[in-house]
Ligand binder design. Structure first.
Ligand code: AMP
Length: 129
């Protein structure tokens, strides 16, 4: 069972932003930049292109809605998107508020307190439509 399935089942906590029957979005625990969010299909599939075309399109639609909320809640030049999956073998879309090229590179990290994570997740969730 992946760490993201454990988040989906509630076994481990997350800073949740949005959820429906098939997808969940929560803050990345080791963010590249403030607001770095992961969008995850509840069905545990390893690789992005192992999803059916329909599942892939639904994941992109949900990610679009989360990105719109992020853009409203977090000051940035734009939202960057990346799919990697080398660390956690459960499909996830990285949505990252960008102010510089370095923000999309997975070398630079920001530190947030629990209170900052909670406030950030709430401010993005409030913009989710
Ligand atoms: P990758 O599989 O290379 O796309 O990276 C996995 C991402 O998941 C990394 O950015 C981690 O910081 C993030 N991550 C791992 N465990 C958790 C967790 N429990 N809650 C939130 N994000 C996580």
């Amino acid at each position: 069972m992946s760490v993201f399935t454990k988040i989906i089942t509630g076994e481990i906590p997350s800073y949740k932003i949005a959820e429906d029957d098939n997808f969940i979005a929560f803050l990345d625990i080791n963010p590249n930049a403030k607001g770095h969010t992961l969008v995850v299909p509840k069905k545990e599939v390893n690789k992005l292109f192992d999803l059916t075309l329909e599942e892939y399109q639904e994941l992109m639609t949900f990610s679009y809605r989360v990105a719109k909320a992020l853009e409203k809640a977090v000051p940035c030049l734009r939202i960057g998107m990346s799919v990697i999956g080398l660390e956690v073998p459960h499909v996830h879309v990285h949505l990252i508020p960008l102010n510089a090229m370095a923000d999309i590179q997975f070398a630079q990290k920001v530190k947030l307190t629990n209170d900052e994570f909670v406030a950030l997740a709430e401010s993005i969730a409030n913009k989710f439509e």
